[in-house]
Design a protein around this ligand. Sequence first.
Ligand SMILES: *Cc1c(COP(=O)(O)O)cnc(C)c1O
Length: 381
Amino acid sequence: MDLIENLVEFVQETYKTREFIPLHAPVFSGNEKKYVMDTLDSTFVSSVGGYVDKSEAMMAEISHSKRAVAVVNGTAGLQVALQLAGVTYGDEVISQALSFVATANAITHLGAVPVFLDVDYDTMGLSPDAVQAFLEEFGEIRDGGCFNKKTGRRIAACVPMHTFGFPVRIAALIKICNDWNFPLVEDAAESIGSYVGDKSTGSFGLLGVFSFNGNKIVTSGGGGMIVTQDEELGKLAKHITTTAKVPHPYEYVHDHVAYNFRLPNLNAALLCGQLEMLPKFLANKRELAGRYASFFDGSGMKFRQEMDGTTANYWLMCVEADDAAQKEEILKRTNAAGVMTRPIWQLMYRLPMYAKCYRDSQVNAEFLEQRIVNLPSSITP
Ligand SMILES: *Cc1c(COP(=O)(O)O)cnc(C)c1O
C-alpha cells in the first residue's frame, strides 16, 4: 500500500465511514435546535430579537474585543470594516494573493484597489518582510497619510488573513502599519479560536472580521462578526450595518448612506448554539490534527502545524506535497475514493478581475499554491 491509499483508509477509520467524507461539515449537537425553534415560536426571526445581542456578547468575549457587531456574512463585514478604517474610492489596500476571493472583493466593492504581496512560507499569511520591502520601494508619507509614489494613490489599509486558522506575524505587521501611518484590518474569517500568545486573532487590528459560513468551524448558516477595541467604531459599525436609523418613536430618520447587513435573529440563534460548542469543537480539531501529524510523521510529506507562540484552531488541516505532480495525484485519488480534499486557492492575480493588480514576486505564495492540499477536517465522531 502506498501513502495515498493509507491516507484514504486513515480518514475513513477516523470518521468511521466508507461513505463520502466532506472537507468540513457542520455539527449541531448542542442547543442549536432549541434556540432556532425559540425564534420561530416567538416569531422574532428577522431584525429584532435577543439572539443577535447575545451572539455579539459571546463573540466579544471569545475574540477578546470590546465590541462585536453581527453582520450578514464575512464578506460584507470586511467591506464595512475597511470603510470604517477609512478606505475609500481610488485607495490602495495591501493584502495577500493567497486568500479566498472575499478579501479582494471586499476591497474592490469600496472602489479601492488590492495590492497583492507575498506570504510567509511558514504562516501562509501576509509577510511583514514583503510589506516592508514594498513600502520602502513605493511608500511615501505626506499630508498625514501614506502614498504610493508610483501610482499616486493613497495606501489606506492593510488586510492580512490568518490562513486556515494559522495566525500571521501580526505584531510585526502592526508595527509596520503604525510606522507607515495606516490601519490594519484582520481578515480573521477562518481563525475563530486562534491565538497569538494569549490574545485572540481579530483583536489586534483596528477592526477584525470573522465568518460563520457553513464551512467554517461554527456556522450561523451564513453570517459574520466585526470586532474592535474601539467603542465608537463599534457603535458606528452597528449603525451603518442596520440602515443608520436614528431612534424615534415612529418617524423613519436615517443619517448615513448605510447598509442592511443585519444578521437575522434566526441565524443568530443558530450562532449562539454553535458558539456554546466552540471549546469542544476546538479540542476535537486539535486532537484530529495530532492524529494527522502522527499519520504523516516520517512519510516525507509535511503536515502543517501551529507555529511556536501561537495557537491554531485547525479549521482546515493541510499537508504539503513534494511538488505539483504529487499534489495532483493526492487530489485525484482521494476524491475518487470519496475522501474530499481540495487544493489551496488559486492566487488572486490568476482570476480575470484581479489579473492587472500590482503584485510582488510571490515566491512563497506560488510555492504553496503548487503544493498545499486541504484534508477532511470536520469534527470527528
Ligand atoms: C470565509 C471567508 C470570508 C468571508 O466569508 P463569507 O462567506 O462572506 O462569510 C472572508 N475571507 C476569508 C479568507 C474566508 O475564508
